[in-house]
Ligand binder design. Structure first.
Ligand code: TYD
Length: 220
């Protein structure tokens, strides 16, 4: 548990796992239940971090080497924590983030097969021992998720409509999926793995159930 009165919930998953839809529905449900909650995202979530987001996501898939890229993610994350996440949690507001540090652990650590210990060191430098209260992994086979992304971008395609990570090969995305499942196995109290190949309403119902049971959220 973090030391603030608000709770910090993060959503993770591979490409096309349906995070954005589920987060929007969850925020509506939280507001209807009278909970104070905000939605945010990474990379981004504060003015400075959104600027860094554009540097990271647009352009050639080999634009940055792994270490430079990791540093950019952590620079954005520090700004996001200081300007958005911590002030909200301190004020007792629930914060729901579309991706957070588990994404770096998995995309850079498992997907790009980078230095996992180095990633932990950088994270401790910017955040101390702060972690999410609960992290949902929306789990879906990589082929199915990437198929959804392709279908979504087909009609309106420009080179920027698929980001640098979606351009990575299938093996990368399979390592990402296994990475999330591995983190979840090692930290069962902090993670909840949800089968995201089910229909939208069933996935949402499962998310609300976990939030009620684990964090006492007053959701129906
Ligand atoms: P985004 O367009 O927000 O995609 P999604 O809907 O999949 O979240 O792009 C974020 C991309 O950045 C996504 O492909 C994952 C990647 N990413 C990392 O590789 N490491 C990180 O630490 C974060 C926060 C994101």
């Amino acid at each position: 548990m973090n030391q603030f009165s608000g709770k910090f919930i993060t959503f993770e998953g591979g490409e096309g796992s349906g995070k954005s839809t589920q987060i929007k529905m969850l925020l509506n449900a939280m507001h209807e239940a009278g909970m104070e909650a905000i939605r945010t995202r990474e990379p981004g979530g504060s003015e400075g971090a959104e600027e860094i987001r554009n540097l990271i996501l647009l352009g050639d898939k080999n634009k940055w080497d792994g270490e430079t890229e990791a540093l950019l993610f952590f620079a954005a994350r520090r700004d996001h924590l200081v300007r958005t996440i911590w002030p909200a949690l301190k004020a007792g507001v629930w914060v729901v983030s579309d991706r957070y540090v588990d994404c770096t652990r998995v995309y850079q650590g498992y997907g790009r097969e980078g230095d996992k210990e180095g990633i932990e060191t950088l994270y401790r430098f910017i955040a101390g021992d702060f972690e999410s209260d609960l992290t949902f992994v929306l789990d879906i086979p990589s082929e199915v998720g990437l198929g959804r992304v392709m279908a979504r971008t087909q009609d309106n395609w420009t080179p920027d409509s698929i980001n640098r990570f979606e351009k990575q090969e299938l093996e990368f995305h399979k390592r990402v999926r296994e990475g999330y499942l591995d983190l979840a196995r090692k930290n069962p109290h902090r993670f909840a793995v949800i089968d995201a190949s089910k229909d939208i309403e069933s996935v949402q119902a499962e998310i609300c159930k976990v939030l009620r049971e684990r964090l006492g959220a007053p959701l129906t």
